[in-house]
Design a protein around this ligand. Structure first.
Ligand code: NAD
Length: 497
């Protein structure tokens, strides 16, 4: 007898079993035990979901803003009421500690709250009497069926970067979550249904590359939002564009935190440890490189090491745990290989996460601190996506900025200093989409928008907030005139005034 759950799809307002016969195992990373088998959709199953979404869109597009807003308010309340349960589902499959998962839910909620005000965002613009008796109004129309393809590391928040604005603007949505931790998104689907969104307006199709490729090629899907690793983001952007879709694709990162000698070293060390090892480093905005300028280096490395040694690592549902396991065995093994590669390349291993000696089959790894990392090392160049922090020592602030310029990624960065002039120079010169001054993880609130630069994004629009509304709508300009038929005549000239 199976002792794990079968996870199907959510289509047309209800859970449906997968019919492809293909599944992927889902594990609890804290125990290494399989807890679920998630259905992997066939092309036919994806097509059927799109047909349901398209039918629902035809009514939803013309539903009143008042009706959409009411459903959004209901969803906001339901997610808030069920936040702890949602967070527990995140922890059970991702591994992050429950308090961190609660933070994820809170940041997702922000996006629902933003969309509760969708009427303001969709107001449009009007010009009166642009010519004699002629007015022009520009309004924003929904696109149709839109899709979201999301990563494992924020299994509830990243879908909520997309869904509220997409639905609020009058679109129907197909979500394809990560096959590693799909249950929290399935729970969100139930809450969206309970909130009063009509059946078929939101659908969730689980799957792998087969489902993703079917999304990218489907003629009735008008736009694709993607968040994940850089190579896949590039693939999604290229393929969806080739198939005539609007696409936003956010990729990976290598986020540098610069520390100037005048910074408060204790404060900077607290921030570095929190931003590097929170969620076991599996955040696209995690700090993975500390750039220590001049004299900051020695005391900073000592302070980071001292704080890191004191961290408690364990099961994410244990309230004393500060850091949980990695998401999969492969992810843990991969991070371990980077520790070895860094040491082989000449970095000083101040703390070795492999030494921690955990019992059991969970995917635990301790925190690693490498000093003397240099840009030629793979541990510097690659996105490691785990609890590994590298310290690069540079003599000057300009050298630190140069590292940012040379890096192919441009998601997030932070500067720690007490010098306002240096901070101003940093915000002016850092070639990065999200910049923090004494803020290590500068994820913008929901009424701004989220997006990196360079290889961290492949699209014109950033995600959520005002840019999200722009992405999920197309403008329509309506010119009106109510002339007196008595003064009408044929005029073949181009209309002017
Ligand atoms: P991933 O790219 O492996 O997977 C993301 C999604 O793409 C999943 O739904 C997956 O099923 C699908 N996918 C994977 N391989 C595919 C393929 N060959 N063809 C088609 N679809 C495919 O990413 P992940 O490991 O789930 O998430 C971690 C990555 O996401 C990191 O690189 C991280 O930096 C990035 N990320 C970026 C942001 C951001 O805002 N820039 C936010 C969160 C995560």
């Amino acid at each position: 007898m199976r002792d794990f759950t079968e996870i199907g799809h959510f289509v047309g307002g209800r859970t449906v079993a997968g019919t492809s016969g293909n599944t992927s195992p889902v594990y609890n990373p804290a125990t290494g035990q399989q807890t679920g088998a998630v259905a992997l959709a066939s092309v036919e199953e994806l097509d059927a979901a799109v047909a349901v979404a398209n039918a629902a869109f035809q009514e939803w597009r013309s539903s009143s803003v008042a009706k959409r807003t009411e459903a959004m308010f209901n969803l906001r309340n339901l997610v808030k009421q069920n936040a702890s349960e949602l967070a527990a589902k995140i922890t059970a499959e991702h591994g992050k500690v429950h308090s961190d998962a609660m933070g994820e839910v809170a940041r997702g909620l922000e996006n629902i709250e933003f969309a509760c005000n969708i009427g303001e965002m969709l107001k449009g613009s009007h010009s009166n009497q642009v010519s004699t008796g002629v007015d022009v109004t520009t309004i924003r129309r929904p696109l149709g069926v839109v899709a979201g393809i999301t990563p494992f590391n924020f299994p509830a928040m990243v879908p909520l970067w997309m869904i509220p604005n997409a639905l609020g603007c009058g679109n129907a949505f197909i979500l394809k979550p990560s096959e590693k931790d799909p249950t929290s998104a399935m729970f969100l689907a139930e809450l969206i249904h309970e909130a009063g969104f009509p059946d078929g307006v939101f659908n969730l199709v689980n799957g792998d590359k087969t489902a993703v490729d079917a999304i990218l090629r489907h003629p009735d899907i008008k736009a694709v939002s993607f968040v994940g690793s850089t190579p896949i983001a590039q693939y999604i952007h290229r393929t969806a564009s080739e198939h005539g879709k609007r696409v936003q694709a956010l990729g990976g990162a290598k986020n540098h935190m610069l520390v100037l000698p005048d910074a408060d070293i204790g404060l900077a060390a607290d921030a570095a440890v929190s931003a590097a090892f929170g969620s076991a480093g599996e955040r696209c905005m995690a700090i993975s490189v500390v750039v220590a300028v001049g004299d900051a280096a020695d005391p900073l490395v000592d302070a980071i090491a001292e704080r890191t040694r004191a961290l408690t690592i364990g099961d994410g549902m244990d309230p004393t745990s500060e850091m949980g396991p990695l998401v999969t065995r492969e992810a843990r093994d991969r991070v371990e290989s980077y520790i070895a590669a860094g040491a082989d390349a000449g970095a000083t291993v101040v703390l070795d996460g492999r030494d921690t000696g955990f019992d059991g089959d969970g995917y635990f790894l301790g925190c690693t601190l490498l000093d003397g990392v240099t840009p030629d090392m793979t541990v510097y160049q690659d996105e490691v996506f785990g609890p590994l922090l590298g310290v690069v020592r540079v003599p000057t602030f300009d050298d630190a900025i140069k590292l940012l310029e040379d890096n192919p990624y441009g998601n997030g960065t932070a500067l720690f200093t007490r010098d306002g002039g240096a901070a101003r120079q940093f915000t002016e010169e850092a070639p990065v989409g999200m910049v923090g001054v004494n803020v290590p993880i500068p994820v913008p609130v929901a009424y701004h928008s989220f997006g990196g630069w360079k290889d961290s994004i492949f699209s014109d629009t950033a995600m959520y907030g005002p840019e999200g509304v722009r992405f999920y709508t197309k403008p329509q300009a309506i010119t009106t005139r109510w002339p007196d038929p008595a003064s009408s005549s044929v005029d073949l000239g181009f209309p002017t005034n």
